[in-house]
Design a protein around this ligand. Structure first.
Ligand SMILES: *Cc1c(COP(=O)(O)O)cnc(C)c1O
Length: 424
């Protein structure tokens, strides 16, 4: 099926007389005739549902659609993007291990890896996404278990050279995990470029209406765990909590990663998505291919307008020829990147504040990827504890505005921006 068709119909095919729309199975538990039937499910010897913390038919149908969109073999939904990235990393890392990560990643993920996972005894080395192959190579240690990056970073908007990162990861016998939240599989399929695991905050474009927080993990089914069995004991040696099952043997490359993440991490941490949220997410997915094109078209029009405006000092958008990431965007994102544009007001902090106050259509929000245009001045909100020097060092200077272009008419967005810039 074409990707557009998968957006609309993937993951769920009703039988004769069954509901056309994915049913919301709002049930915590499932009934069985015998204890033996249920025992087989607990032992992972049979497929089926027994408790919605582990698996639920609504969530599974939506996960199947996301797996198909990314070109993966298995997927699972999580309660949020944070849970997805934590599970993807923690499924193969434990105390004493090490991660190599791009330095320009989402703030929540940066904290997760550098603070919370550090408390669990997992180290990280951050590398610039523009580092050379030699610099990237030098970041690895014998205990490195994964490489992490974002296709388009939030909010830095850097574009990851996926092939470069995949090549380095594979040369060291570890998988590349790519957070593909911003482009979505409509604009980039990291697996086709060598990524092994793909994660999502489905809260963003996949839902796309600011309605449901959620996350997803997709396995490419390509990484050969058994070929690196010494590095991944959790996948390649018996799990005593499941009667000695060895995930990589029993479920193969296609299923081992997601089965282990479900059987162990979802069981123990319980960060599951509700069937209601999965249903809302699926409504968003049904129009993802149509919406992404419009988000990108609006963002490019806004970026071009801003670029020629005398009160705007600079514009970051990888779809602009002036962007240092334009060549990478042409390679990995030829049909568009995302709807988020960052720019700096020539008048600094004061100008940014006046500009934001004067907007009428674009709302001030800590959100992106909504159907409604929204914007944020990190210096006066998410990063307000920092002084101007610290803001600069963090890559979010005081004058920076991040605008997430929605699905409105671009001439209305530009008119709104123009009148707000006039007030500056
Ligand atoms: C928002 C976001 C996350 C976190 O997702 P939540 O659903 O808010 O937990 C992770 N990665 C990226 C790139 C994001 O934009």
């Amino acid at each position: 099926m074409n990707r557009d068709t998968i957006c609309v119909q993937g993951g769920y095919t009703p039988g004769n007389g069954e509901p056309r729309q994915i049913p919301i199975i709002q049930s915590t538990t499932f009934k069985y005739d015998t204890s033996e039937d249920m025992g087989k499910l607990f032992d992972l010897e049979a497929d089926g549902y027994f408790y919605s913390r582990l698996q639920n038919p609504t969530c599974d149908a939506v996960a199947r659609k996301i797996a198909a969109l990314e070109g993966g073999t298995a997927a699972m939904l999580t309660s949020s993007g944070q849970a997805a990235n934590f599970f993807a990393l923690f499924n193969i890392c434990q105390c004493g291990d090490h991660i190599v990560s791009s330095s320009t990643i989402y703030g929540g993920t940066f904290n997760l890896i550098s603070v919370t996972m550090a408390k669990m005894g997992i180290d990280v080395t951050f590398v610039s996404p523009t580092c050379t192959e030699e610099e990237l190579d030098a970041a690895f240690r014998p205990n490195t278990k994964a490489v992490f990056g974002e296709t388009i970073a939030n909010p830095a908007l850097t574009v990851l050279d996926i092939e470069k990162f995949a090549h380095a990861a594979h040369a060291h016998g570890v998988p590349l995990i790519v957070d593909n939240t911003f482009p979505t599989p409509v604009n980039c399929q990291p697996i086709a470029w060598g990524a092994d695991i793909v994660t999502h905050s489905t809260t963003k474009y996949m839902d796309g209406h600011g309605a449901a927080v959620g996350g997803a993990i997709v396995d490419s089914g390509k990484f050969d765990w058994m070929a690196h069995a010494d590095k991944f004991p959790g996948l390649c040696t018996p799990d005593e909590s499941y009667h000695g099952i060895t995930y990589a043997e029993r479920f193969g490359r296609e299923g081992a990663f997601i089965t282990k993440a479900t059987a162990q991490l979802m069981r123990d941490f319980g960060c599951c998505q509700s069937p209601q949220s999965a249903f809302i997410l699926n409504l968003g997915l049904e129009s993802l291919h149509v919406r992404m094109a419009r988000h990108c078209e609006n963002a490019l029009a806004v970026a071009r307008f801003l670029e020629q405006h005398p009160k705007v000092a600079y514009v970051d958008y990888c779809g602009l020829e002036s962007s240092p990431y334009y060549p990478l965007a042409q390679k990995y994102l030829p049909h568009g990147s995302c709807g988020v544009v960052s720019f700096g007001l020539a008048g600094g902090r004061e100008a940014a504040s006046t500009f934001m106050k004067s907007l009428r259509l674009a709302a001030i929000e800590t959100h992106v990827a909504d159907a409604r245009t929204c914007c944020l001045n990190p210096a006066s909100s998410t990063h307000r504890q920092m002084n101007d020097e610290q803001l600069k060092a963090a890559g979010v200077p005081a004058e920076l505005v991040r605008m997430s272009c929605g699905l409105e008419a671009s001439e209305d967005l530009i008119a709104d921006i123009a009148q707000a810039l006039d007030k500056v």
